[in-house]
Design a protein around this ligand. Sequence first.
Ligand code: FAD
Length: 382
Amino acid sequence: MAITFRRSWSSPELEQYRDTVVRFLVEHMQPQDEAARQRGHVGHALWRAAGQLGLLCTDIPEQYGGGGGDFRHEAVLYEEMSRRALSGMNAGVHSIVAHYLLSHGTEAQKNRYLPRMAAGEMVGAIAMTEPGTGSDLQAIRTRAVADAQGYSITGSKSFISNGYLAGLVLVVCKTDPAQGSRGISILLVEAQDCPGFRVGRLLDKVGMKAQDTSELFFDDVRVGRDAVLGGQEGCGFSQLMTDLPYERLIIGVLALAAMEGAYEETLRYVRERQAFGQAVMEFQNTRFKLAEIATEIQVGRAFIDRCVEDLVAGRLDTATASMAKLWGSETQGRVIDTCLQLFGGYGYMNEYLIARMYADSRVQRIYGGTSEIMKEVIARAL
Ligand SMILES: Cc1cc2nc3c(=O)[nH]c(=O)nc-3n(C[C@H](O)[C@H](O)[C@H](O)COP(=O)(O)OP(=O)(O)OC[C@H]3O[C@@H](n4cnc5c(N)ncnc54)[C@H](O)[C@@H]3O)c2cc1C
C-alpha cells in the first residue's frame, strides 16, 4: 500500500473545505502565478477573489466578518499553497494581523478592520523590521511622538511582507524610548491616501517571487490617538509576544506541506526519468533518499499535527511552537535540496516546481525569527 500522509486534525468538513481551496488555487491563482512572479505581486483582485470565497480570516469569529472556524481552516489554505509553491498571497501575515486586532484591538478597531480584511478588500501587513535591526526588536528607531491631536510617526521599515498591497499596516514604534520594551507600541496606519507614507521598492528576492516584500517609509505620518492597538500605549512588545505560537506554527505548517509537495513531485519525476536503461527510481540511492524523506515527513506530521491540535485547544507554548518553526524550516531546506538533486539539471531550471520550492524554502529559516533566535527561545525554556 502506498504511503499517505494523514492529518490527525482533519475531518470530512475540513476535507470538503480543502477541495474549495484547491479549486481556487488551481483555477485562479496558478494561471496567474507566472505574471505575478514577473510583477512581484499578485494584485488586489486575487485577494478580493479569495475573500469572496471565504478563504481569508477563516479563524476569525463571524461577528467580525470572519469564517468562524479555527486554525485548522487556516492550515488547509497554507498547506495547499505551500505544496504548489504558490507563495504570492501571504495569507499567513494577513491572518497574523487579523489576530493582533482580535486579541488586542478595541471593539472599534475590530469592527473597522476585520470585516474588510476577511473580504480581501484590505490587505494586512506588520512592520517590525528596519534597515538597521531585525532580530533585536528593542533596537527599532521608528518613533511615534504624541501631541494633542494624536501621533506623528517617522522612520523606515524593511522586508515587509504584503507591504506593497497593504491597506492596513501595523507599525511597531517607539512611543517612549526611555522605557525599553515598555516604550514600544503598535500603531495602525491606513495606507491609502496617507500623507507622509510611502512604499519603497518591491524587493528583489532569491525566491517567493510572486510575493510583495517592500520597504515602507514614514515621514511625519499623522494618526489619531485611537490608532494605538488596544488603545493603550506601551503594550506593543507584550502584544507581539503573546501571538508568537500562532505565527511560528504557520511557518511549521508551510514547511511540512512544502516537503510533502516536493516528495510527491520528485516521486513522479524519478519514476519517469530514465538513466542507464532504467527509471531513476530504480537506483538504490534514489529509493533510500525518498524512503528517508517519507519517514521524516511521517515523523514531522505527528509533531506538527500535535502542535495544530494544541494551538486549537489554546495550549501551544512559545518554545514548542519555536521547535515547529526551527525543525520545520531546517528540515524543509534539507529535504528539498535532496529532492532537487534527484531531478539532475532540470532541478535547477526555474520552470520546474522543485527549483521554485528550493528558492522559496531558504527564507523560512530567516523570517518570523531566525533559526538562531528559535534556538535561543527554546534554550531559555530548558
Ligand atoms: C522575505 C522576507 C519577508 C519578511 N517579512 C517581514 C514582515 O512581514 N515584517 C517584518 O517586520 N519583518 C519581516 N522580515 C524580516 C525578518 O523577520 C528579519 O529579516 C529577521 O527577523 C532577521 O532580522 P535581520 O534580517 O535584521 O537579521 P539580523 O538580526 O541582523 O541577524 C543577522 C544574523 O545574526 C544572527 N543573530 C542575531 N541575533 C542573534 C543572537 N542573539 N544569537 C545568535 N545569532 C543571532 C541571526 O540569526 C542572523 O543569522 C522578512 C524578511 C524576509 C527576508
